[in-house]
Design a protein around this ligand. Structure first.
Ligand SMILES: [Zn+2]
Ligand SMILES: [Zn+2]
Length: 336
């Protein structure tokens, strides 16, 4: 009975948590709806008298508004990707792993299974990265998100403002969302400024419109400044091909930690996120390169990297073991 109550309570708490997690998104949506009303109705329709200026402001505003809402929608509703079944520990290995008490043997079981997987990163003490909760061997750059309760490919961070995990599947959308949010704020601030001065100096005297126009400028500038720092930080991360998590915890490879392990040069780093077709970089459609399970690296032997050799050597059951991989490691610099 107690267990039943406990389960009902934890189910209720989870439900509450799920509802509450939408609060930041609702706040943003309400602010955006107000900004739409204030700009379109109070500024363009009530305050601006010149019809050409009115039409031009409304036209430009709706283009920026469309791009902004489109990217926000994509950032919220593009689900994070989790590792495929081939990273899931099979039943027999899982039994052996669970029944084994010696950590070094558990480590061996994981190392044995991971031989056929395209994995280059390790834990700080050199072991295969394994998620106990999802029972998967973590692909490179994959991390478990405790909010989503799943392992997320190329996890960047869990963002409360989009109530979503930002990772391989939606990082481009998140970056575009930041960029178009800034553009939206900048556009509002720059077009509202003239009317802000007119209201301020008393040349215009509609009190209701005055209130909205003053607040439009204030809110747009406030959001623009805070977004600028976040966007600048993510531009720096993309330029170095790092995730937020990797900026705080350096990935460990066979030959030790390397904070620039995935850095391929700025152009290739950008292509990893935005794709090869530059005309699609600014459009919120999916164009990122790869499958999110394995990534090209700055220094890796061509024969060992399936992404460079073009064939999946990891399907080979008799693949090179960990020790041999280290000893036969011949580093090449990928053309930058
Ligand atoms: Zn997990
Ligand atoms: Zn998450």
């Amino acid at each position: 009975m107690q267990t039943g109550c406990g389960m009902a309570l934890s189910g209720g708490l989870r439900c509450c948590q799920r509802v509450l997690s939408w609060v930041p998104v609702v706040i943003i949506v309400l602010v955006v709806l107000w900004s739409y009303y204030a700009y379109v109705c109070e500024l363009c329709l009530v305050t601006i008298e010149h019809s050409l200026e009115k039409a031009l402001y409304l036209f430009m505003f709706h283009i920026v508004f469309l791009l902004f809402t489109w990217t926000y929608w994509k950032a919220i509703f593009t689900p994070p990707k989790e590792p495929t079944k081939k990273f899931l520990l099979p039943y027999t290995e899982k039994e052996r792993y669970d029944n084994e008490e010696r950590p070094e043997i558990q480590r061996q079981i994981l190392a044995e299974f991971a031989k056929k997987l395209p994995i280059y990163t390790r834990t700080a003490n050199g072991a295969i990265r394994f998620c106990d909760r999802c029972q998967v061997v973590k692909p490179d750059r994959c991390h478990h998100c405790s909010v989503c309760g799943m392992c997320v490919l190329k996890m960047d961070h869990h963002c409360p403002w989009v109530n979503n995990c930002i990772g391989f599947s939606n990082y481009k959308f998140f970056l575009l969302f930041l960029a178009y949010s800034m553009l939206y704020c900048l556009y509002i601030a720059s077009t509202v400024f003239k009317y802000f001065l007119l209201y301020w100096s008393g040349d215009l005297a509609n009190n209701r419109a005055k209130f909205h126009v003053l607040f439009l400028l204030f809110v747009a500038l406030m959001f623009f400044l805070s977004l600028m720092f976040l966007f600048g930080y993510h531009c720096w991360l993309v330029g170095l091909n790092r995730t937020t998590l990797e900026a705080f915890s350096v990935p460990v490879f066979h030959n030790g930690p390397d904070k620039n392990g995935f850095h391929l040069g700025i152009r290739k780093n950008l292509e990893q996120v935005f794709g090869k077709r530059k005309n699609l970089w600014l459009i919120p459609v999916y164009t990122s390169i790869g499958d999110g399970l394995s990534f090209p690296m700055r220094t890796i032997s061509e024969s060992q990297n399936p992404l460079l050799s073009g064939e999946n050597q990891w399907d080979d059951e008799d693949g090179t073991d960990e020790e041999n991989l280290v000893s036969s490691h011949i580093a090449i610099e990928i053309d930058t």
